[in-house]
Every structure is written in C-alpha cells, then in structure tokens.
Design a protein around this ligand. Structure first.
Ligand SMILES: NC(=O)c1ccc[n+]([C@@H]2O[C@H](COP(=O)([O-])OP(=O)(O)OC[C@H]3O[C@@H](n4cnc5c(N)ncnc54)[C@H](O)[C@@H]3O)[C@@H](O)[C@H]2O)c1
Length: 257
C-alpha cells in the first residue's frame, strides 16, 4: 500500500526525548539516518545544538527543543512548536530520565526530594509527553509510542529504588495507554535495555557488576547503543503494527519475561 511506501516512511516526524546524550542521541541519529525528521528534546541546549549539527551535516532535518519534560507548560508549548513546524508527529520515544547522574544507595538513604524528582521526570514526564503528542497522532489515525523502561526492573536491582520504581511504572503506563490509544491506530510499547555502555561514565553499574552481568547473558559481551536502536526503530515502524502494550527486553538474554 502507498501509505507504507519508503516515501511515506521518510515523511515521519519522530520526537525523541533525552536526545542530548547516550541512548537518546543514538536513537535520534539512527532515525535521521533512515530519513526521518527528528525533534530532539533535552534539558541541555548545547548538547542538542551539537546533535542537530551532526544530523544536518548528513543532510537530515532536526528541530532541537530545549526543555524539561517534567514541565507541563513547556511540554505543551513544544507540541505546539512541532505542530507549527511539521503539522504532525508520528513517533514519540520517551527516553528522557534521570539515570546516569544517580548515585546508588540503600533505599532508606534516598533523600525524599531526590525520590520525588526521579518519579516526576521519569514517570510524570512520560505522561506529559504522551498527553501533549498523542493528539497530533490521533489526527492522522497513526502513531507509535516507545517508552523506555529498564531490565533493572526484571532483575530487581537494588540501590536505586526510585529509579526501578519509576521504570516499573513505565511498564504499567505502557499497557494502559496501549488500551486507550489502540482505537486511534497508535501502538504503545516499552523497551527494557540491559546495562548499555554509552559515552557517559556512570556510577549505576560498578565494573564488577558489569562483568557479572556479562557472564550471565546468553550473548556474553558488552551491550552498546547499536544493540538497542534497531529494536526501537522496529517498534516505531509499520512492521510492528500488531504489537501493542508489550515489553521488549534488550539485554543479551540476561533476563526473560
Ligand atoms: N544506559 C543504560 O544502561 C540503560 C539501561 C536501561 C535503561 N536505560 C534508560 O535509557 C534512557 C537513556 O539512558 P542513558 O544511559 O542515555 O541516560 P543518560 O542519563 O546518559 O541521558 C539522559 C538524557 O536525558 C536528559 N534529561 C534528563 N532529565 C530530563 C528532563 N527533565 N527533561 C529533558 N531531558 C532530560 C539528560 O539531559 C540526558 O541527555 C533512560 O531512560 C534510561 O533510564 C538506560
């Protein structure tokens, strides 16, 4: 059908949150390479400018929007900007989260304000983005929402309870949103990456934990951003049209659902 042709695919407008670095940046670059127009959202304008420059240098199109996904007004304004620029939004990758900056500590040592910030950005931020972007998808009767959870939920990883709680909430949100949005031709799925090496050093996985995880994987090597981007592209594509409300674990076979 014409609607699924390569030309129609290249028309897609893909919104990626947390696109300034790490996995979000990798998703944005991969979508741009496939000919999609990318709306890159992050707190950090400098990182977005660098990303937009890289995408444009390859002949792609990128609209960088610096904002906090936990700020309802800023998110609503972003949806208006996207509508004004492109007149549509087809794919939303809810990737922004407080993650690499987290310090691991026992649950009863997590300060209450840190608990609140992590839940607000990782859960409420995802809700706000869907609330703002879904109307643009509904208008066209087609949409793909990919929410980024984590295999840390399946592992019951200790020492960042706010984070694992937030990523478990993302799975529940994904299932209920899938039911609410299915009639509009919008699928909603979650991806659960394992510990992925990015350009950003972090304290959430110690070298010893990393080696132990590698030893328990079916595919016993370090996980890179390239191991995750393809799965997200699939869930954002027409080929995944009969898959909704699902959780796709991308951890080299460390955990099984
Ligand atoms: N890297 C991993 O091992 C791994 C594993 C499983 C899941 N994940 C998830 O994948 C996603 C990306 O991981 P990463 O390693 O690239 O994380 P990261 O911490 O390196 O990057 C997160 C990005 O989100 C942005 N961000 C944070 N708060 C924001 C806000 N309020 N508004 C807008 N942008 C905000 C940051 O500026 C940063 O650019 C996260 O949701 C993370 O939980 C990562």
């Amino acid at each position: 059908m014409a609607a699924t042709s390569e030309a129609a695919r290249s028309q897609r407008v893909v919104v990626v949150t947390g696109a300034g670095q790490g996995l979000g940046r990798a998703y944005a670059l991969r979508f741009a390479t496939q000919g999609h127009r990318v709306v890159a959202i992050d707190l950090r304008a400098d990182a977005l400018a660098t990303l937009a420059e890289a995408i444009r240098a390859e002949g792609g199109e990128c609209l960088p929007l610096a904002l906090d996904v936990g700020d309802a007004d800023a998110v609503a304004n972003a949806a208006r900007d996207i509508d004004a620029r492109f007149g549509r939004a087809d794919v939303l990758v809810n990737n922004a989260a407080i993650f690499s900056t987290l310090k691991m500590r026992p649950f009863d040592e997590i300060p209450l304000d840190e608990w609140g910030r992590v839940l607000h950005v990782n859960v409420t931020g995802t809700f706000l983005m869907v609330r703002a972007i879904a109307p643009l998808m509904r208008r066209n009767g087609w949409g793909r929402i990919v929410n980024v959870s984590s295999a840390a939920v399946l592992m019951g990883r200790p020492h960042y309870l706010h984070y694992t709680t937030s990523k478990a909430a993302v799975i529940g949100m994904t299932r209920s949103l899938a039911r609410e949005l299915g009639a509009d031709g919008i699928t909603v799925n979650a991806v659960l990456p394992g510990a992925v090496d990015t350009e950003i050093p972090r304290e959430t996985v110690t070298p010893a934990q990393k080696q132990a995880q590698i030893a328990m994987r079916c595919i016993q090597r370090t996980q890179t951003t390239d191991d995750v981007t393809g799965a997200v592209l699939f869930l954002a594509s027409e080929d995944s049209r009969f898959i909704s409300g699902q959780s796709l674990v991308i951890d080299g076979g460390l955990t099984f659902l």
